[in-house]
Design a protein around this ligand. Structure first.
Ligand SMILES: *[C@@H]1O[C@H](CO)[C@@H](O)[C@H](O)[C@H]1NC(C)=O
Ligand SMILES: *[C@@H]1O[C@H](CO)[C@@H](O)[C@H](O)[C@H]1NC(C)=O
Ligand SMILES: *[C@@H]1O[C@H](CO)[C@@H](O)[C@H](O)[C@H]1NC(C)=O
Ligand SMILES: *[C@@H]1O[C@H](CO)[C@@H](O)[C@H](O)[C@H]1NC(C)=O
Ligand SMILES: *[C@@H]1O[C@H](CO)[C@@H](O)[C@H](O)[C@H]1NC(C)=O
Ligand SMILES: *[C@@H]1O[C@H](CO)[C@@H](O)[C@H](O)[C@H]1NC(C)=O
Ligand SMILES: *[C@@H]1O[C@H](CO)[C@@H](O)[C@H](O)[C@H]1NC(C)=O
Length: 434
């Protein structure tokens, strides 16, 4: 009986609300009518006043609220996203999907314990709750915080016949049944990352755990440490490259770049501001947080190593490939690694090399420089500029140089049936190019 009484009460309360709302609307209508011809800083409630009636047809207004001009744009709160759905195989958003049932309590307690949770249905008072059964993963040890399954597969690495060429930095994914089966905890002292574009210049020190990296790369004057934030800059360096070869024209002619051995990815971060999309790559080695650092800054980055296999990017993908002290021996094994650069470089693309052999005059460095010049000329690249510690080569725009090479010049041209886009796990890097 009392339930019925309450629902009637509720209804009358709703009625009162509705009439109150109507009253408020009426007042606004009156005010809108009254002041709509006033100053330019009006708030317009009814768009029909704004839009003139042409040929008897009222134009549909695109926005019903015109903001006063002095309202600060940064204070504008965007409306919440209304649509939610799944994109089906035809690329069409569908709202026709099901979310499985779940028990809120189980979700809330998730991760608090690590044994297998087995919650039988219980009968709380007279309500029967349906409970789900969830197998919980245990927590990994803190030492696994930076564990990458395909790269830290020690078992596979121990089985390698050789690590001379950096094979241990390549991918060795775990076999079935040996995959990671625990949850990686957040690092100690981890804070919500600083958002782009501010993150270009500062990241939380506690989010990038190996301080020695900052010290090491600090030699490049790209990083300074300011209390618990880290600050970097590479604008001058980019200006120098652009001045050396104006055709590089960042953001206009150079739009996609690859940075090899990226350090903390300042090159990519600053190119981003110049409308160049840069992929930063580095092996997971002693400075293993390079990629973590880059991602923390909001720069596209991947762990990848020049070792024995092609990188997993298509041919002709980059306008510019950059290597600054990336400690890769480009001339080893008849220049096979530079062939890989050549594969990924677009016709007419540039290779920028910043390294000691470019500017130092010690005998062994001079020897390395000579070898590099020799190799690149055999690859038909043109050394277009050498300044300070940077040398820039260009890949030819057409095949005329390749076709006019002397018989037997190494490295040889690729076979016609070699697919330049066959990468990772498909074919091994062979002594081919183009
Ligand atoms: C916008 O608001 C921000 C912070 O509220 C302020 O720093 C900035 O000066 C304002 N800009 C204008 C144009 O009023
Ligand atoms: C969770 O697992 C860790 C290590 O595997 C163990 O030390 C800890 O006692 C476990 N916690 C619970 C609540 O079982
Ligand atoms: C190591 O060498 C042996 C014999 O040459 C070969 O069968 C095996 O596949 C090699 N292992 C790896 C991981 O390359
Ligand atoms: C980047 O592109 C945007 C949009 O095309 C343009 O407004 C901006 O000036 C460009 N920035 C640079 C540094 O070229
Ligand atoms: C690069 O590799 C070649 C051949 O293995 C070797 O002769 C040369 O000394 C190496 N250069 C450097 C800088 O390690
Ligand atoms: C370049 O290298 C090739 C192969 O290593 C060698 O035969 C040739 O003499 C070198 N050329 C010069 C100019 O050093
Ligand atoms: C090929 O490119 C070179 C410059 O790299 C140019 O001099 C030559 O005219 C081009 N040949 C053809 C057929 O386009």
């Amino acid at each position: 009986m009392s339930n019925v009484g309450r629902s009637i009460l509720c209804k009358s309360a709703t009625l009162a609300k509705i009439s109150g709302f109507l009253l408020v609307l009426l007042v606004f209508f009156y005010l809108g009518e009254r002041f709509s011809d006033g100053s330019s800083q009006q708030l317009i409630f009814f768009s029909s006043h704004q839009n003139s009636v042409n040929n008897g047809v009222t134009k549909k207004s695109t926005s019903s609220i015109s903001l006063p001009s002095n309202l600060n744009k940064t204070n504008w709160v965007w409306p919440a996203v209304q649509r939610m759905g799944l994109v089906d195989e035809n690329g069409v958003m569908t709202e026709d999907f099901e979310v499985g049932e779940f028990d809120l309590e189980v979700v809330e307690n998730w991760g608090r314990e690590n044994e297998t949770g087995c919650l039988e249905s219980d009968t709380k008072r007279d309500k029967v709750r349906v409970r789900v059964r969830v197998s919980k993963y245990p927590m990994c040890s803190q030492s696994m915080r930076e564990y990458i399954p395909c790269l830290d597969n020690m078992e596979a690495i121990k089985k390698l016949n050789s690590t001379q060429k950096g094979e241990q930095f390549e991918r060795h994914c775990p076999e079935k049944e040996k995959e990671l089966d625990c949850l990686i905890p957040a690092p100690k002292g981890y804070r919500t990352p600083i958002r782009w574009p501010k993150s270009r210049d500062e990241v939380w020190f506690s989010n990038v755990p190996h301080t020695h990296l900052s010290m090491y790369k600090g030699g490049q004057n790209w990083i300074t440490i300011d209390k618990d934030k880290v600050i970097h800059g590479a604008d001058k360096y980019l200006d120098q490259i652009e001045k050396m070869v104006p055709e590089i024209a960042f953001g206009r002619r150079t739009r996609v770049a690859l940075d090899i051995g990226c350090g903390v990815a300042s090159f990519g971060a600053y190119l981003f501001s110049r409308n160049v999309t840069t992929l930063s790559i580095a092996p997971k080695d002693v400075h293993e947080n390079q990629i973590q650092f880059a991602l923390e800054r909001g720069v596209p980055a991947m762990v990848a190593a020049f070792a024995t296999q092609r990188l997993s990017y298509p041919s002709q993908a980059f306008d510019l490939i950059h290597c600054s002290r990336c400690t890769i021996n480009w001339t080893r094994d008849d220049g096979i690694l530079l062939l890989e650069v050549n594969r990924m470089l677009r016709a007419g693309g540039y290779f920028a090399w910043a390294a000691q052999p470019v500017y130092k005059h010690e005998a062994c460095l001079r020897e390395q420089w000579k070898e590099m010049v020799n190799l690149t000329s055999r690859l038909c690249w043109t050394l277009i500029k050498e300044e300070g510690h940077i040398a820039i080569w260009q890949k030819p725009l057409n095949n005329s140089c390749y076709l006019s090479r002397e018989e037997g010049t190494q490295p040889a041209l690729c076979d016609a049936d070699d697919d330049p886009d066959s990468v990772w796990y498909i074919f091994h890097l062979l002594f081919y190019f183009l």
